[in-house]
Design a protein around this ligand. Structure first.
Ligand SMILES: Cc1cc2nc3c(=O)[nH]c(=O)nc-3n(C[C@H](O)[C@H](O)[C@H](O)COP(=O)(O)O)c2cc1C
Length: 396
């Protein structure tokens, strides 16, 4: 393992150098949303060409058995996933596994197409290693996106062929669904119906689903972080047949007491895991070092890191007193910029991790750098598999 990792580390250092000194200075002079859109265009184009996928794998790939896990019946090659919001319209599943990710969560997707909030959607906070996000669930809508993902539909008769290792690698595909950002969803019944329509469209597409109840940028606010509304929504979603595990995505701004109630509600319904967490709206945060912070939008990156750590710990500790088969899986997301950051979340109780902002600041080689670093941290602590490290901070 030593020489294998050394080779990949040298490769990554060269790419990191190129990103830091050539590409990033150009990207960071441009409007962040334009850069994002261009990256999606390039990624989508490259994903259609097997030669480019192969080259991408050589430049960014890495695998190691100690990172493999089977969670809720799904085989994850490694614990690092691309969080929801980067690939809003599912343009990247063909290539993202070659970039080194073990999973991708596309979306968030809403029943109806949505242009997003008016005006600017994205700002960088470079001193804080963060972004301010104000998209407001911009996406092409469930109808168009579910059609695009037909090859991942479990009801598709040729699925086995299409999902063969050769064609797509072992990438795990999650679909994140949210309520459409529109005025009519200020009414809770309308919001539940709208949410359910999006959920139904993806009920058999991909490997797992996420119910995003914590987008901080919609005109109707976050009605489903309120206990009775969440209960009503999940009661409705329970009636929609699906063979896939369902995750809920929490806000890092939820009070500890409310988290407890929301987790209890999750247990009453068909929920298998919690993603901790979405963007923070709270501007009072010592990790925010930039002076000019727009007053709209949610913040990603380093300011979310400690908030999610606390949330992961709280939920993991609540779950650890239950029998294993009843426990909710925790996914850690927020402010991961290194293997140490990812490992910390795992030791606090996350079985998997997700990221976006770290990749934007550090470059796409960050994914394999995290995976390489994780294998070394595991070895140092005497673990054979990543699953052994989950929640160790809470064990006596
Ligand atoms: C540009 C951008 C768009 C996002 N859009 C969504 C979204 O549509 N749905 C969602 O659940 N989270 C969304 N998020 C939140 C991320 O999934 C993630 O929870 C958050 O950014 C913290 O992770 P990070 O610090 O690694 O970026 C978005 C984040 C960013 C940076």
């Amino acid at each position: 393992m030593f020489f294998k990792n050394l080779f990949f580390k040298i490769r990554n250092s060269l790419i990191a150098f190129g990103y830091k000194f050539f590409l990033k200075p150009i990207f960071f002079k441009m409007d962040p949303e334009k850069v994002h859109d261009k990256m999606i265009m390039v990624g989508s184009f490259l994903g259609h060409l097997w030669t480019m996928r192969f080259l991408t794998k050589i430049l960014f790939g890495y695998s190691n058995e100690s990172l493999n896990q089977n969670i809720l019946g799904i085989d994850f090659q490694n614990p690092v996933g691309l969080a929801a919001g980067f690939d809003k319209n599912a343009d990247l599943p063909d290539i993202i596994g070659d970039v080194g990710f073990g999973s991708i969560e596309v979306g968030s997707i809403t029943a109806l197409p949505c242009e997003g909030n008016p005006g600017k959607h994205l700002w960088r906070l470079p001193k804080s290693s963060a972004l301010v996000v104000y998209y407001g669930l911009k996406n092409k809508g469930a109808k168009i996106i579910s059609k695009k993902l037909l090859k991942f539909d479990k009801r598709n008769p040729s699925l086995e062929v299409r999902l063969s290792k050769k064609a797509f690698g072992n990438l795990v595909l999650g679909t994140s669904v949210a309520m459409t950002n529109c005025a009519k969803n200020a009414d809770i019944y309308s919001a539940i119906e709208d949410f359910s329509e999006g959920f139904r469209a993806f009920s058999e597409i991909g490997d797992y689903m996420t119910v995003n109840i914590s987008c901080p940028n919609t005109s109707g606010g976050m009605p489903f972080i309120e206990a009775s509304n969440l209960d009503s929504l999940l009661t409705y979603l329970d009636t929609i047949p699906t063979s896939k595990p369902v995750f809920l995505k929490f806000s890092p701004d939820t009070e500890r007491f409310d988290v407890k109630t929301l987790v209890e509600i999750a247990h009453k319904h068909r929920v298998h895991g919690i993603i901790c967490s979405n963007l923070t709206k709270n501007r009072i945060n010592e990790e925010i070092l930039d002076k000019d912070v727009p007053n709209v939008g949610g913040i990603s990156g380093k300011p979310v890191k400690n908030l999610t750590k606390d949330l992961i710990s709280q939920i993991y500790q609540m779950e650890s007193i239950l029998p294993v088969e009843k426990r909710l899986i925790v996914v850690g997301c927020g402010g991961i910029f290194s293997a140490e950051d990812a490992y910390e979340k795992i030791k606090h109780g996350a079985s998997l991790v997700q990221l976006i902002t770290g990749m934007i600041y550090e470059g796409p080689q960050l994914i394999s750098a995290i995976n390489i670093g994780l294998t070394e941290l595991l070895k140092k602590d005497g673990y054979k598999n990543i699953s052994e490290a989950i929640g160790v901070y809470h064990r006596g």
